[in-house]
Design a protein around this ligand. Structure first.
Ligand SMILES: C[S@@+](CC[C@H](N)C(=O)[O-])C[C@H]1O[C@@H](n2cnc3c(N)ncnc32)[C@H](O)[C@@H]1O
Length: 259
């Protein structure tokens, strides 16, 4: 943990009140020179630290995670593309038409799968992932408007796009409900929403295993295994036109029409 990250924790936890800071399990109370020493902070459980961390600090931490892992991403994802998501990118991208927004585009692994003729815009919050996407677009000779941005607050007017795509990212976006609401907002009425992701498994033992994995993956990298974005899509009043769920229900892809 570096200095810039300890500061927000200290402020947030101090804000929970002096009684808490005086708790003997947490070491000495704050000295006259300021907040509790970092050594005392380490006695606070990881869960408590997560809860206390201001949202912006947590999101910055996650963005840095993706920056750090950008160079190894394609290799890692290649394994899952071959063995788990097989054919998923074609299933999604072949349905895209017109002005297409890809949300959380990552390194641009979908770029090669879009039909020629669609006009592509991509949003991604990690500059390092975005750099690789730019390089890939150049190599493929594809004109893509690539922008840094947050899936939870898209910087586009309502009803801008004919198609919105998001693959294997709603598991990683902090607030998946907000992200789906934003995708719905920027999609024109009658437009198509295309999603693919790993989701909660169908059999309960597999879901239990996913819950165990999340104990590590959520705090470490913001990766969720038991989400079901389809529920947000249905709640938004979309019509599910095409739907596929396989590999014990762990992989789900859908095409949904905005009313
Ligand atoms: C598992 S990768 C998937 C990348 C790509 N969509 C694909 O299919 O390979 C998840 C991506 O979501 C991005 N991401 C997570 N939260 C985001 C947010 N709030 N706004 C934009 N991008 C986000 C990460 O930076 C990362 O590039």
């Amino acid at each position: 943990m570096n200095d810039t990250r300890t500061a927000p924790y200290e402020v947030a936890i101090a804000g929970r009140g002096p009684a808490r800071l005086a708790d003997s399990r947490m070491g000495p109370p704050p000295g006259p020179s300021g907040p509790a020493p970092v050594a005392a902070m380490t006695r606070i459980s990881k869960k408590e630290r997560e809860q206390a961390m201001p949202q912006a600090g947590r999101e910055e931490q996650l963005r840095r995670y993706w920056d750090k892992h950008a160079r190894s991403y394609d290799k890692q994802m290649g394994f899952f593309d071959r063995h788990l998501f097989a054919g998923g990118r074609d299933w999604i991208c072949s349905r895209a038409t017109g002005h297409v927004l890809e949300v959380a585009i990552g390194t641009g692994l979908n770029l090669a799968h879009y039909p020629v003729g669609v006009q592509l815009t991509g949003v991604e919050w990690s500059p390092a992932m975005l750099d690789i996407a730019r390089h890939r677009a150049g190599q493929l000779g594809r004109a893509v408007d690539l922008r840094q941005g947050d899936a939870q607050a898209l910087d586009f007017p309502d009803a801008t796009f004919d198609t919105v795509v998001c693959t294997f990212s709603l598991c990683a976006i902090p607030d998946d409900r907000k992200a789906v609401a934003e995708m719905a907002r920027v999609l024109r009425p009658g437009g198509l929403l295309l999603l693919a992701d790993h989701v909660a498994a169908s059999p309960w033992p597999a879901r239990a295993a996913q819950a165990l994995i999340e104990l590590i993956s959520v705090p470490a990298q913001g990766e969720h295994f038991r989400r079901r974005p389809i529920r947000h899509v249905q709640a938004a009043g979309f019509t599910i036109e095409d739907h596929d769920r396989f590999k014990l229900g762990i992989v789900e892809q859908l095409a949904a029409r905005k009313p």
